[in-house]
Design a protein around this ligand. Sequence first.
Ligand code: PMP
Length: 449
Amino acid sequence: AYERVLEIHKQHLSPILTAYFPKPLLLHQGHKEWLFDYEGNRYLDFFSGIVTVSVGHCHPKVNAAAQKQLGRLWHTSTLFFHPPIHEFAEKLSALLPEPLKVIFLVNSGSEANDLAMLMARAHSKSTDIISFRGGYHGGSSSTLGLTNVGSFKTELSSGLGCQSTMCPDVFRGPWGGSHCRDSPVQTIRKCSCAPDCCQAKDQYIEQFKDTLNSSVAKSIAGFFAEPIQGVNGVVQYPKGFLKEAFELVRERGGLCIADEVQTGFGRLGSHFWGFQTHGILPDIVTMAKGIGNGFPMAAVVTTPEIANSLAKSVLHFNTFGGNPMACAIGSAVLEVIKEENLQENSQEVGTYMLQKFAELRDEFEIVGDVRGKGLMIGIEMVKDKMSRQPLPQEEVNEIHDNCKRMGLLIGKGGIFAQTFRIAPSMCITEPDVKFAVEVFRSALTQHRD
Ligand code: PMP
């Protein structure tokens, strides 16, 4: 039966949909942080979809809410009102600071960022939208203009005024061409803890200013930034950098958009939203993934003024956005995060996890960097610590596959797909972390020996 699945996949599914692992996993069940395949094997899911399953697979409370709504009403379009959307809107807006209180519901992160672009243009009356090198903001033809990570970057994007050439070539992250490339190992380690590294901030700000002055129109419509770059391999900005970047954009009339698709909903532990960890207040916040625990839904939250600017400029709707199923699920997810103290769990277990994985940096020459916050951790693999060259792809894949064989699923990211990404559901426990670290350590030992 497995061979048949592979055959159908090859014949009928786009070749662009590449699966992880030489022998792709055929999954049939999930329970909290665990996944089960058809051969009866159990895996600890430390990537939770792609940072999506926020409260755990098939959470009973979320399932119950979905089932209840399933028997009542699935769909109305945005032309009619229904209680789940109002319940959800009230719950979600309560989690955002003033004046971010107006919500527009859509179905994916790309759609959310598309809409945020439209809002920024409608409000600012400018067209140019900018983002960071290394940012991932979606796969639609307009958001691809903002996405600038490795092979995702393409000239095929048709984003008006947001071609990837407009992306400031400013921020590459601590290991991809930063200030401390030539420093000795100890300094590298210190600098790679980007949040504490003020030394880099001024340099990046100067570059950012140069880019704004040279390659971007005088007025900017909007600026997109992830609070931590996810797809790029969990890359953090130097402390204070994002705040100053926001100020520079605002001086040029641009709106600041926090892409919380990966960082929102308590994943970073110390705060519910990633932007709060930088002490900044965006004009627009986009969110997806964890919002529906894997159910397709997403949202754009903004101020009444910006929402009105869009309403005055264009007629806009979204057939499936804010459908009753999604909203019922979204409300249940928010309740679970609160009732089960999952943000606090992200903070506690995340701190422990970062510390445990960081120990491997001292044990193995190929572990170049371990970084992140809460339950969003990146482990950057290198040939050796001095050269800082990315570990060759075959070797990264072998470690990745060996983790899977031992029951641990993790993600990959970064320009050369050289960084392992760890972003489990927020319900994980310390014993889960111990298991994951031991499996990862064994995979590294196998590689070394
Ligand atoms: N923004 C960020 C930060 C993302 O990580 C992603 C998806 N990886 C998106 C936007 C796009 O979301 P989607 O795939 O749901 O369109």
